[in-house]
Design a binder for this molecule. Structure first.
Ligand code: 13P
Length: 249
C-alpha cells in the first residue's frame, strides 16, 4: 500500500557534466524497478539538465533545499516555483546539515513545506536526533518536536503529499547505521506521532524513509522492517552501481 521510495541526496557533489553522466548510467539499471519510486537530488546547477535527461524515465528529481517565498530580495536563495520550473518533482526540507550549518529551524521547515506544496513539489521532510540527544535519551522529545512544529497547521490532505525521512545525525556519513530494529523503533514513534497529530489513516499512509549510512549491504534488513518505507541515501547514492543496488534491494 505504501510504495517504497529510494532517494539519493548528492549533497554538494557532482558538476553538471558528472550529474548527467550519472543519470545516463543509472537509467538502464533501474528502468524495470517498478517496486519503488526512484529519486535523485543533485545540486541546484544540475537540476534542470538532470530533469531533462530523466524526463521519459521512472526517475524523479529533487532539490536539496528551497526558500519559502516565491521571489524577492533574498540573495543566494531559490524558490520552490523555480525548482518546479527546472523540472524537479521533490524537495528535501530540514536536512540535519541545513539545521546544523545553515540555521534551519522547525519554523523555517514549516514555512518551506507550505511553499513546496504551493508549487506542487513533494516535500521530503527530514527529522532526527544528534548523538548527544540520543545518549541523553531525548530522541522522542527531539523528533516529536520536529514533527509537531514542522508539520504545524497542515491539513490531512496536505500531509498526504509529504514524505518524512528519519535521519539520526550520528548515523550520517559515519558508517554507523542504526540497526534495523533501532531505526524501526523511531519510525514507529514517528508514525504514532502522526496518528496523534492527524489521524490513524494519515499515519498508516505516510511514507517514512530511513537515512544514515544506507549501503547495498544493509538496505535489505532495513526494508524488512514494516515501518521503514524506503531510504534517503547520501554517500552510497553517488555511484550508479551502488545506488542501483540499493534501489533493487
Ligand atoms: P550518508 O548515507 O552518507 O550517511 O548520508 C545520509 C544523508 O544525509 C542523506 O540525506
Amino acid at each position: 500500500m505504501r510504495k517504497p521510495v529510494i532517494a539519493g541526496n548528492w549533497k554538494m557533489f557532482k558538476t553538471v557534466e558528472e550529474a548527467v553522466a550519472f543519470v545516463d548510467a543509472l537509467v538502464p539499471l533501474v528502468e524495470s524497478s517498478a517496486h519503488c519510486e526512484v529519486v535523485v537530488a543533485p545540486p541546484f546547477p544540475a537540476l534542470s539538465s538532470v530533469a531533462q535527461r530523466v524526463k521519459a524515465t521512472n526517475i524523479g528529481v529533487s532539490a536539496q533545499d528551497c526558500h519559502w517565498e516565491k521571489e524577492g530580495a533574498f540573495t543566494g536563495e531559490v524558490s520552490c516555483e523555480m525548482i518546479k520550473e527546472a523540472g524537479a518533482s521533490h524537495v528535501i526540507i530540514g536536512h540535519s546539515e541545513r539545521r546544523q550549518f545553515f540555521g534551519e529551524t522547525n519554523e523555517t521547515v514549516n514555512k518551506k513545506i507550505f511553499a513546496a506544496l504551493r508549487a506542487f513539489l513533494v516535500p521530503i521532510v527530514c527529522v532526527g536526533e544528534s548523538l548527544a540527544e540520543r545518549e541523553k535519551n531525548e530522541t522522542e522529545r527531539v523528533v516529536g518536536e520536529q514533527m509537531t512544529k514542522g508539520l504545524d497547521s497542515l491539513t490531512e490532505l496536505q500531509l498526504s503529499h509529504i514524505i518524512v525521512a528519519y535521519e539520526p545525525v550520528w548515523a550520517i556519513g559515519t558508517g554507523r547505521t542504526a540497526t534495523p530494529e533501532l531505526a524501526a523503533e523511531t519510525h514507529r514513534f514517528i508514525r504514532d506521532t502522526v496518528a496523534k497529530l492527524f489521524s490513524r489513516s494519515s499515519s498508516a499512509a505516510i511514507r517514512i524513509l530511513y537515512g544514515g549510512s544506507v549501503k547495498p549491504d544493509n538496505i535489505k534488513g532495513l526494508m524488512a522492517q514494516p515501518d521503514i518505507d524506503g531510504a534517503l541515501v547520501g554517500g552510497a547514492s553517488l555511484k550508479p552501481d551502488s545506488f542501483a543496488a540499493i534501489v533493487n534491494f
